[in-house]
Write a protein that binds this ligand. Sequence first.
Ligand code: SF4
Ligand code: FES
Length: 337
Amino acid sequence: MPKVTIDHIEIEVPEGTTILQAARMIGERNSADRFVVPPTMCYYSKLQGSGGYCRTCLVKVTKGSERDPRPMPKPVASCRTAVMDGMVVENTLSAEVLDAREGVTEFLLINHPLDCPICDQAGECDLQDLTYEHGVSQSRYQFERRTFDPIDIGETIKLHMTRCIYCYRCVKVAEQITDGRVHSIINRGDASEISTYIEQAIDNDFSGNMIDVCPVGALTDRTFRFSSRVWFTKPMDAHRDCAKCSGKVAIWLKGQEVLRVTGRKNQWGEVEEWICNECRFEKKQLGDWVVEGPRNIDRHSVISQGHYTLPVKQKVLDHPSPNVPELARLKPAKKLQ
Ligand code: SF4
Ligand code: FES
C-alpha cells in the first residue's frame, strides 16, 4: 500500500486514495492532526464525480513518489490527485498553497454577497469558514457584481443564485439521489447560473438533500427560512420509522418547536445518510420523532459554540420526544478544538 506524508505526518493508504482522502484518514486517526485536511467547497465523498471545480483544496506536492521524486510544478487539487508511494505533500506548511487559497477565496467572493447577517446558512456556511481562515479583509474587485432575484424552485426550496459558487453538488444530488434531474448550471463563464430546465420545479422525494449539500446559502429550506439564527437552535439526533429513508435525522429545536429537520452531518460536514422530503419538510412536530439526544456539531464555526451535553442522555431515551424540557437544564460543554 502506498505511503504518503502530509505536513510531516505519514500514513499508509489503499491504492487509488486521493491526497484529500489520505489527509482525512490522518484527521480521523487523530483529531489533533486535522490541520492537515485541506478545505473543500465542491468535493463530497458521497457524490460520485464531485470535486475538481472550486480549487480550495490545493496542496503542494514536494516529492512526486519514491520512483520519481521530482516535485509537481504547480499546486494540485488534492481531491483529484491520487497518492503515489513515497509522495510528500504540504498543506499548511506551504506559503505558496496558503497564498493560492487566499486567491481562490477572493475569487469565490467576487460575486458572493456579504449578506451573512440575513442569510440562513450563516453559522454553518463553508464559505464563511473559508473566508474567516483564508480570506483577505478587502476586495480588489471594482466592477459591478452580478445579482439575481431569489427564485422559488418548488414548494420547499428557494434559490439565491447570487450566493451560488458553482460547486455542482446539488446537480450531482439530483443526478444520483433523485429520480430525475431537472436542473443544472447553464451558460458558461460569468454568465453561468443554476437553472431548472423550462422552469420546472424540483419536486421529488429526495430533492431536499440539495439543501444539505449546498456549501453556501444558495439553496435554502423554505419551511425554515428566517425562523431563527441556526446557533440559537438545539440540534438533536432523532429518528422515526420511515418507508422512504432511514428516518435518522437531526432536528433543530427552539424550545419544543421543531424549526427544521436535516440530515446528520459528519465531522467533514457531509450528511451521513440522505433523508426523504417527508421527514425533512412534513414532520415538524416533536411527537413525530423519537429523540435520541443532543448532537455534537463538529465544526469550528460559531454553530459549535452552542455545544451542550446531556450527562443523562439516557433520560431522553427513556422519555422520548415530549421530554424536551429536560434540555433547558443542559450546560454548555467544552468547546471542541
Ligand atoms: S446552488 Fe449550492 S450546491 Fe448548487 S452549485 Fe450553487 S453553491 Fe453548489
Ligand atoms: S474540493 Fe477539490 S477542487 Fe473543490
